[in-house]
Design a protein around this ligand. Structure first.
Ligand SMILES: NC(=O)c1ccc[n+]([C@@H]2O[C@H](COP(=O)([O-])OP(=O)(O)OC[C@H]3O[C@@H](n4cnc5c(N)ncnc54)[C@H](OP(=O)(O)O)[C@@H]3O)[C@@H](O)[C@H]2O)c1
Length: 482
């Protein structure tokens, strides 16, 4: 495909160009030459879309005067620049993909709304980009003027992934990489809706190849990730590079009491009962039917961390609101989280605890595929190593356990269990972090965990703590009998 990308060197445009190059497309980009450059093999035309005549001159300098099968316009600024591009391209380009935004919908976004929801007013000849929603709507109208039935308007919502220049996911990765108690805005199972820029790019190119037209809410399905899976993935991604982070979940009421708001103070998060809630609750069935597919959140987060490790935090965009809470709000969140964390205390079990531990495992621990719990065995364990069984307690009750087995050489973790009513509150993570500290202090170099193949909940918890299965071997056992 002969592809023209208006933009192409920043976040979405960069992903688009990379994917098109990977597919073997003949790619041309147009930009001013101030934000990076296109990869080898891509033709660059320099133009300032704000300068009269500049784009026309650049397009005319393309080989053969310039003809393309498809153009994708990723730029977010004045509609009049989109209209100028449309007028120059309508007779020499087949398909116009415009990266628009769900911001075009009237505020507040209605949960479950599809592409027919009311939009703000826009002017295809508008010269002002300060009102983002109106500018994106104006850009849409400009595209429709010239490519009515040959255009795709991709109303993206939250876009994440490597090279994200708004800095939302980078903010969380940076926060978790500092380690310690991380105030996590709950509820942990809050469904999120976003798209990885690379998936958006692949879909836009597929759509251009298949001449798909129309208007689409271009994000993944609601709940493709949750606040817990996103922050758990952040924790797992940074785990190898710094001090362990402990996610301590705060209720939306606690977050509000600290003075923090959603979306910008705590990026990505939206309080469930606020006007922001609709941002993570759009109807995306049209885009799904048109083939938009989303990779797992763990991949998006891990790749974004790889990019940050290599290149550092991006400079914040000056045309978007700043991210992160004000210092006083940050302190209030930290105090609340420290209080919530301290309500759960960890200590080694003693023999008197064993009956309660047995009862706890009866309701909180996986019991298939293994010998029944034995009071005598736990007592023997404590007699041999008084710090081998660690308990998490809250309000005088056991809410979690882990066995931290050290034989002088190897480090074995098993019987990690958390009260079903206290899961996803960071208790398992604290137990694991505590165990690792013990192993390190004893000279251990690698921590092994027993994790059932069919326990998805446990997989998520262990992965979030930085553990991964080893493919080289599996456990071989032989009952010793009598
Ligand atoms: N991030 C999100 O969560 C989100 C959500 C919804 C929608 N969106 C939309 O997604 C798109 C993001 O795309 P993006 O990050 O790739 O693009 P972008 O930041 O909007 O545009 C940057 C590209 O345009 C070029 N450019 C900037 N000014 C120019 C000018 N005057 N003339 C010619 N080229 C110019 C830049 O290169 P030079 O600087 O070298 O010129 C760069 O290649 C935007 O349209 C945004 O509205 C984003």
């Amino acid at each position: 495909m002969r592809l023209l990308v208006l933009g192409g060197t920043r976040f979405v445009g960069r992903a688009l160009v990379a994917e098109a190059v990977r597919r073997g497309d003949d790619v041309t980009v147009v930009h001013r030459g101030t934000t990076g450059s296109a990869p080898p093999g891509v033709r660059t035309l320099l133009a300032d879309r704000r300068a009269p005549g500049s784009l026309a001159e650049a397009l005319a300098s393309a080989p053969g005067g310039g003809e393309w099968d498809a153009v994708v316009d990723t730029w977010s600024a004045e509609p009049v620049a989109v209209r100028d591009a449309v007028r120059l391209l309508r007779d020499r380009t087949g398909h116009y993909g415009y990266v628009s935004s769900r911001s075009v919908y009237r505020w507040p976004p209605q949960p479950g709304a599809d592409e027919d929801a009311p939009v703000v007013d826009g002017d295809a000849g508008g010269t002002d980009a300060a009102d983002y929603a109106a500018a994106k709507r104006g850009g849409e109208l400009a595209v429709l003027e010239g490519f009515a039935d040959r255009s795709l308007l991709a109303r993206a919502g939250l876009i994440l992934g490597p090279h994200e220049d708004v800095g939302r996911l980078p903010w969380w990765l940076h926060r978790t990489s500092r380690g310690g108690v991380v105030p996590a805005p709950g509820p942990p199972d809050l469904p999120l809706q976003y798209v990885d820029a690379r998936d958006l790019a692949a879909w836009l190119l597929d759509a251009a190849e298949r001449a798909v037209t129309g208007t689409f809410n271009a994000v993944g399905p609601r709940g493709h990730a949750t606040m817990s899976s996103l922050l758990g993935a952040c924790r797992a991604a940074v785990a190898q590079d710094g001090p362990a982070a402990e996610l301590v979940w705060l209720t939306p009421r606690e977050v509000a009491a600290a003075g923090a708001t959603g979306w910008n103070d705590l990026p990505i998060w939206t309080p469930p009962d606020s006007d922001l809630a609709g941002l993570h609750h759009g109807d995306v069935s049209a885009a799904q039917e048109a083939g938009l597919r989303c990779r797992p959140v763990e991949e998006t987060v891990a790749d974004t961390w790889e990019w940050l490790r290599a290149e550092g935090m991006p400079a914040p965009r000056t045309d978007r609101p700043p991210l992160g809470p004000a210092p006083a709000v940050d302190r209030a969140l930290a105090e609340l989280a420290a209080g919530a964390a301290s309500r759960v205390t960890l200590r080694p079990a003693v023999v008197d605890d064993v009956p309660e531990v047995m009862a706890f495992w009866g309701r909180a621990a996986e019991d298939a595929h293994r010998p029944a719990d034995s009071t005598a065995a736990v007592e023997r364990l404590l007699a041999r190593d008084s710090e081998a069984l660690v308990l998490a307690e809250a309000d005088g009750r056991i809410v979690g356990t882990v066995v931290v087995g050290w034989d002088g050489w190897r480090c074995h973790l098993y019987r990690l269990a958390v009260d079903p009513e206290r899961r996803r509150q960071g208790i398992g993570a604290r137990l694991i972090a505590h165990a690792e500290e013990r192993f390190r202090s004893l000279g251990g170099t690698r921590s092994d965990a027993m994790v059932l193949d069919d326990n998805d909940l446990a997989h998520a918890a262990w992965r979030a703590a930085g553990y991964a299965p080893q493919s080289e071997w599996s456990r071989w056992v032989k009952p010793l009998g009598g």
